[in-house]
Structures are given as C-alpha cells and as structure tokens.
Design a protein around this ligand. Structure first.
Ligand SMILES: [Zn+2]
Length: 83
C-alpha cells in the first residue's frame, strides 16, 4: 500500500504553515497538514510560533493606503510642508 504521497513531510509543512493559518489551503491539503500536526510536535511548535508572529504583526494600526488622487496630493503637500 503506497500511501506516502498523501503524507506531508516537515519540509512541506514549513511551506504550508502560512497558508494553513490563513485558511488558504485546499481542503485536502489542509487535512493533510492538520493530520501531520497531530503527529508531529516539532511542526506544532513551529505553527504556534508562526501564529504568534502573525498575531503580533496583525496588531497595531496599519498604514492606510490613500484612496484617491486628492488624498495622495494631500499627503504629498503635507510632506512638502515639513522642512
Ligand atoms: Zn513535522
């Protein structure tokens, strides 16, 4: 029985952590990742670290992108006013 293709390796898991946490993986891959995490403490720990990092980066106010030309001009004028 050759089932190995369905199994993720730790190396694969490292690449999938971010999309896994973002819920961006296809269902099959997500299940495989989930299953790997059940069996692999090292990857569980790694996922925990990445999750903490994402949470850390996710906090705090993000700089908002200007929505239109007027806003961009205002920003530019503001920066020019500063010597
Ligand atoms: Zn692993």
């Amino acid at each position: 029985m050759k089932n190995e293709n369905n199994w993720l390796k730790c190396r694969d898991m490292a690449e999938l952590v971010t999309p896994y946490l973002e819920g961006a993986l296809p269902v099959r891959t997500r299940l495989a990742a989930w299953y790997h995490l059940r069996l692999c403490q090292a990857c569980r720990r790694y996922v925990g670290q990445v999750r903490a990092t994402i949470r850390f980066l996710g906090t705090g106010p993000r700089p908002r992108a200007p929505e239109n030309e007027n806003e961009i001009n205002t920003l530019l004028e503001g920066s020019q006013r500063d010597p």
